[in-house]
Design a protein around this ligand. Structure first.
Ligand code: NPW
Ligand code: ADP
Ligand code: K
Length: 477
């Protein structure tokens, strides 16, 4: 499991560790990792031109000490000091001793930045408050006009470490070298995109049990996937009910069933007006035309994909005393109080637009503040919420760590791919995973399937469903 901790938690752990170490030792651990990452990134250090962007805190100190070590290895290093009289004194002295050069202010930065092979962003790290100040923002603008590669120290300056929000100018890095733990912002868009690839340097911080964010890895997913035992039969494996599709959107039903068949349940029941289309494509589906109550027992329901305006079906499914996943039209049709009153688990799976409607805010607000939005939705609706997008987030109603999934690819932004996800995730619910596990395992497999199916070329949603089995095998390998 990859985890990310809030700045507040990092600060406490940092204090505890610093109290036990000689002064400056922690920073030198961070610097050693930063230098190794820069050297690896450059390929060779000798003869390269490196520019350090140096703010007034320890983030700038890291950059200065790293610059000193790189200068000793033969790089030409120039430090741009944003607040010259507050640059980290020890770091600055070390750089000057190593033969580094210093310029002051943004105007003087232009020329060295244009010629740089590598820029080290030490403007601000976890001590950043609010958007970048005007002089720092101007420096970031100048940097944006160059073609230099950028390594960010701890965080790309200008992104919010705790939320992943980016208000105003921020550094776009190729690589971020972060210390002690991932910060939530490094795993959540839009900030994640600014970070480039992320390298974690272990500096010995002892972090408490509960993280702010968790990201499942292959081994975690493998341990959660439902695998039939010798005594399994189709009912014990779980039956998932799909109440989806309409005469207008029969394809949504087919796609949700295609996902459900690959999610580990022993049988898939379909209820709705698209039964003929479903049977034609998937003859193994148990199709019925009546209401969800009459469909026979299921261990979980999926309701909503392509449902059109059939609010009665949504209401009937919400009355069921088994886990229910509500997606797409179902999110619009579901009665809020009925969702909140449910005793069995509920999993809502909105994309940003649907989440915005549920919260009564503009879509951009959700896209700009995904972590805050998903937490708010889970609390308001007393449900587990899976917020879809480039990074998918899963929050639980009682608070606690939010799961983040980033196995996906932009190729998944194709009509119907959300229907596949809802069927797949519903199937995992029916197989016995709890709502946060079903949501995060479903998103993981779906994202991986999208990657495997696309392999660099466009895909349709049915290709994604077909690739779920390959993703499953890949995880189990
Ligand atoms: N945690 C760890 O274990 C370790 C942490 N380490 C490193 O220390 C870093 C944290 O250092 P830090 O605490 O000095 O804060 P930092 O990020 O440099 O920023 C504060 C400075 O920036 C300024 N400033 C603030 N907001 C701003 C804005 N919007 N725009 C512009 N400027 C702004 C603020 O100015 P002030 O408000 O004081 O005027 C202040 O001077 C951390 O990220 C990591 O790199 C490692 O060395 C060792 C292990
Ligand atoms: N840029 C992206 N990167 C990764 N995954 C994405 C991206 N855009 C969309 N997705 C994923 O594709 C799926 C789209 O679902 P949704 O928006 O419901 O589409 P539809 O309603 O057409 O089925 C979701 O699983 C979402 O997380
Ligand atoms: K930084």
């Amino acid at each position: 499991m990859r985890t990310a901790y809030s700045v507040e938690t990092v600060r406490v752990a940092e204090q505890e560790l610093m109290a036990r170490l000689p002064e400056g030792a922690l920073m030198q651990r961070a610097v050693a990792g930063l230098v190794a990452a820069c050297a690896e990134f450059l390929g060779r250090v000798y003869g390269t031109r490196i520019v350090l962007l140096v703010g007034s805190g320890d983030n700038g100190g890291d950059a200065l000490y790293a610059g000193a070590r790189l200068a000793k290895r033969g790089a030409g290093v120039t430090a741009v000091l944003l607040v010259p009289d507050r640059a980290h004194p020890g770091g600055l002295a070390a750089l000057l001793r190593a033969g580094g050069r210093v310029v002051r202010g943004t105007d003087a930065a232009e020329e060295p930045l244009r010629r740089a092979d590598l820029v080290v962003d030490g403007i601000v790290g976890i001590g950043g408050k609010g958007g970048l100040r005007p002089d720092a923002a101007k420096l970031v603008d100048v940097l944006g006009e160059t073609r230099a590669a950028v390594v960010a120290v701890d965080l790309p300056s200008g992104v919010d470490a705790d939320t992943g929000e980016v208000r105003g100018a921020a550094v776009r890095a190729d690589l971020t070298v972060t210390f002690g733990t991932h910060k939530p912002g490094l795993l959540v868009d839009p900030a994640r995109e600014y970070a480039g690839s992320v390298r974690l340097v272990d500096i010995g911080l002892a972090l408490p049990g509960e993280a702010e964010l968790e990201a499942l890895q292959h081994a975690d997913v493998a341990a959660l996937l439902p695998v039939p035992g010798a005594e399994s039969d189709k009912y014990r494996r779980g039956v998932v009910g799909i109440a989806a599709g309409s005469s207008r959107y029969p394809g949504a039903a087919v796609l949700a069933v295609s996902g459900a068949l690959r999610g580990g349940a022993g049988a898939v029941r379909y209820v709705g007006p698209a039964g003929d289309a479903v049977i034609a494509r998937f003859p193994e589906t148990l199709v019925s035309t009546g209401s969800p109550e009459q469909a026979g027992r299921v261990q979980a329901w999926v309701v909503g994909p392509g449902a059109g305006d059939d609010g009665d079906v949504v209401a009937a499914v919400l009355r069921a005393e088994v886990p229910v996943l509500v997606d797409a039209d179902g999110l619009r049709l579901a009665d809020r109080d009925a969702v909140r009153a449910r005793r069995a688990p509920t999993l809502l799976t909105p994309h940003a637009g649907e989440a915005a409607a549920l919260l009564g805010v503009p879509r951009e607000e959700v896209e700009g503040a995904r972590l805050t939005s998903v937490r708010e939705l889970a609390e308001r609706y007393r449900a587990t919420v899976l917020l879809k997008g480039s990074t998918t987030l899963i929050a639980s109603p009682g608070g606690g760590a939010v799961r983040v999934n980033s196995t996906g690819t932009g190729w998944l932004a194709t009509a119907g791919s959300g229907d596949v996800l809802s069927g797949l995730t519903g199937s995992l619910l029916a197989a016995g995973l709890d709502a946060p596990d079903a949501g995060s395992v479903g998103a993981y497999l779906h994202g991986l399937a999208g990657r495997l199916a696309a392999d660099g070329a466009p895909v349709g949603a049915h290709d994604v469903a077909e690739a779920v089995r390959e993703a499953w095998r890949d995880v189990m390998d």
